[in-house]
Structures are given as structure tokens and as C-alpha cells.
Design a protein around this ligand. Structure first.
Ligand code: TMP
Length: 235
């Protein structure tokens, strides 16, 4: 497999074509951004940490029956993945209220609702990734109701599996974001990454934040928090 030209550059990752049209290489950068690119920084070592964390989580999910785009880790910053067409939505799962939902609906951060909340955001930077609902997804031609049902069922299963995984590590999975794509043969798979960049992870005993909120809120020790998550995942 040969790494070829860059297909796309995002805020935290680059995507490269390979000599196989069905495979891409995802390269994890140290760059961090928040609030729709208003706040930016480089967190030295974040790329390799997220590559390892996301690799462990994707392998765990695949072992438990979740189809993903992940093929294998290539060195410290790269991952070989299936090429997919991404559904332009972010699916957010909230087990505990935090972040934008706490602010938007004036609910204290840390409140645990009786149900699991799933939000869908339309990935469109110029609109600030607005919150949309299931009918909007279909009306916008992003997915059919059947495809969305499959995505949401997979999301709930991922939530159960990740909640179990992190509970065993003394970490509460507060919320997280996932993305899905379609392979060339029409299969829906989990794509992108799952890491402290895309989730909220609080220490179960102290409620210490072990995720990107340390960067968003200038709490310091960002890299140390990601290292702690990797340490617990590899223990
Ligand atoms: P929020 O509080 O900003 O709505 O974020 C909820 C969760 O989803 C949090 O763990 C961060 C993650 N997330 C992303 O990874 N990317 C995004 O673009 C958004 C909006 C949220």
C-alpha cells in the first residue's frame, strides 16, 4: 500500500489517497480547534495519542459486532481505513447533560436525564453545524429513514458498549459524537474517530475532566488528560 496525494484536510486530521481506491490513510495532527474554529492551538503529542485511543476503541467496537471503516494502525500518527462517503451529519449521544445542551436549555452540567438523548447536527461549517431532526435528514437527502434507523440503532449499541468499557476504567462517558459513512459496496459503517477530542470523559470518582474540555475551557493539562485515558485503556 502506497500513500498518495492528500484528499482532504480537516481541523485535526488529514486524509490521503492510496494506490487502492478503496483505502485511505488518516493522519492525526496535533492541532486542536473549538467553537467552530474560533479557538485554535497545537497540543504537542495529541495526534499520536488520539490515533492510539481511537484504534483501541475501534478494535473493541469491531470485536463486539460494530462495522467500522478501520483497517489497521500504521505507525504513530496514521491509520489505514476503508474509503467511505461520509453522511454529512454528526450524531451526538448524551448520557449526562453538558456542553452546548447545558447552555442552550439552561440545565446544570452534570444532570443525568432519565433517558439517553441523541442529537443530530448537519455538518455545514458556514451554518455552524446546526441541530436538525430525523425528518430534516431525509428532506435534505442525507439519508433515507431506513438508513437513519440503522445509524441510530448502531449509535445506541456503540453507546452501550463504550459506557461499559469506560465504566470498567473508572470513567463516566458523559457524551460523544460519531460519524458514519457508506462503503463502495453500500454498507453503513462507523467512521471518523472516537477519542477525547470527540467525547466527554469524566473521572468516576472526582469528576475530573479527561477530554477536550480542558482545552476548550483553558483548564490546562490537556495532553496529560489524554495520556491518562490511553493509560487506562491499555492497563
Ligand atoms: P457539544 O456540547 O458541543 O454539543 O458536544 C457534545 C459532544 O460531542 C462532546 O463530547 C463533543 C462532541 N462534538 C464533536 O466531537 N464535534 C462537534 O463538532 C460537536 C458539535 C460535538
Amino acid at each position: 500500500m502506497e500513500k498518495r496525494e492528500m484528499l482532504y484536510e480537516g481541523k485535526a486530521k488529514q486524509v490521503f489517497l492510496t494506490d487502492d481506491p478503496d483505502l485511505i490513510v488518516i493522519h492525526y495532527k496535533d492541532d486542536a480547534s473549538a467553537y467552530n474554529n474560533v479557538k485554535k492551538a497545537t497540543i504537542e503529542g495529541k495526534g499520536p495519542l488520539n490515533n492510539q485511543i481511537s484504534t483501541i476503541i475501534f478494535k473493541y467496537l469491531m470485536e463486539h459486532g460494530i462495522p467500522t471503516h478501520f483497517v489497521e494502525q500504521l505507525g504513530e500518527r496514521d491509520q489505514l481505513c476503508r474509503r467511505v462517503t461520509i453522511f454529512p451529519i454528526e450524531v451526538i449521544v448524551r448520557n449526562v447533560i453538558a456542553g452546548s445542551m447545558a447552555k442552550r436549555l439552561d440545565i446544570s452540567e452534570g444532570t443525568r436525564p432519565s433517558n439517553t438523548i441523541i442529537d443530530i447536527c448537519y455538518k455545514k461549517d458556514e451554518l455552524g453545524d446546526p441541530l436538525i431532526n430525523n425528518d430534516h435528514v431525509v428532506a435534505l437527502g442525507i439519508a433515507t429513514y431506513e438508513e437513519l434507523d440503522e445509524i441510530l440503532a448502531m449509535t445506541r449499541k456503540i453507546n452501550t458498549l463504550l459506557t461499559d468499557l469506560f465504566n470498567g476504567l473508572g470513567v463516566n462517558l458523559i457524551d460523544f459524537k460519531v460519524e458514519f459513512g457508506k462503503t463502495s459496496d453500500g454498507k453503513i459503517v462507523l467512521a471518523d474517530e472516537i477519542s477525547p477530542d470527540t467525547s466527554r470523559l469524566w473521572d468516576a470518582e472526582t469528576n475530573e475532566k479527561l477530554d477536550k474540555d480542558r482545552f476548550r475551557r483553558d483548564l490546562g493539562k490537556v495532553r496529560e488528560a489524554y495520556e491518562e485515558i490511553l493509560r487506562r485503556l491499555t492497563k
